[in-house]
Design a protein. Sequence first.
Length: 146
Amino acid sequence: MQKMPLLLLFAFLSSLGLTGCHRTSDESRVREAVAAGAQAAEHVDASALDALLADDFDGNDGSLERRQLIGLLHAAAFRGETLHAVTGPVEVESRGERYLARFTVTLTSGGKLLPEHIGIYKVETAWRRDGRSWRCYSAHWEPMGG
């Protein structure tokens, strides 16, 4: 059973350099939400990340749900761990009223929780509007070349 919950946290790191792009208002808001997730992960802030995830969040086709991801971030914070990743370019695609964000993540430090998962991953996150905010409702990741 492959568990990669920290990868989702690292995936949110991907958009830190993308705030200057000229896009539609909704796409900009999705990018801002991804950047906020990146900041939450970098600061190991479970509450901030929790605010960005939909109640029905699904990670890797049912292998990770919101409660588990937030619990893992709480555990990382309790252990004093830091999270780091190097991301590739982010592609954002409109799907009607929802958006997909695709990118690669090179995991450079797995800390103590998942040190064996260092490598390069393809990541896709899906976003939908919830009131005035955008929430991530799905994420999928897989090792590059695998």
